[in-house]
Design a protein around this ligand. Sequence first.
Ligand code: ATP
Ligand code: MG
Length: 204
Amino acid sequence: MRLGIFGGTFDPIHIGHLVVAQVAMEEAGLDRVVFVPAGVNPLKVGRQITEGHHRLQMVKLAIADNPKFAVSSWELDRSGPSFTVDLMSHIRAQHPNDELFLIIGADNLRLLPKWKSVEGILEQATILALNRPGEDLKSSCQMVLALYPHINECVRIVDMPGLDISSTWLRDRLCKNLSVKHLLPAEVIRYSEENKLYDYSVGQ
Ligand code: ATP
Ligand code: MG
């Protein structure tokens, strides 16, 4: 099996994420894409991230109609910060005969050298990198290939039309009571409203 792994905060999951996963799956001939919501790093300062079980539920709702998409709560079930290299080792142990692909957007590819044990990741999976507006995907790709020349074809560019959508922008719209219709699956909008996830007026 050719298995794609797509990590993210997914706070909330949006159509940009879904298009990335679908295009990567088609272009790289993947059999399945597993979405992995990230655990909350207790050391991280700044904005409070929505509780993991809510982010997990929103991913479940968003992918429910796609039989080739799955979700894993592995990072959420662990305490403390989680690292992609550990996730890859876990998946590799579970799927010893599968070919692994790590799906990431261009902003994450640019930051890859800062990640823990990049070589450990690249030895276990091929990176599928997708365009994101405002990012120079080609030069980030060249940078990674130059840093790790001994690991053959560790990064592959997957073309997609730039979708200038982010969870940050969506949270901002929700906060201002602007519509997010068509930008998130309808079920995700309903869930976030029912649970008042992005209702910043509460308690102020
Ligand atoms: P935030 O604004 O909170 O950082 P985000 O929209 O960047 O949210 P993440 O959960 O941080 O979403 O991203 C998960 C993965 O999806 C990352 O690899 C990111 O690069 C990628 N990604 C998210 N949105 C897009 C997009 N519109 N186009 C391409 N890649 C994207
Ligand atoms: Mg992001």
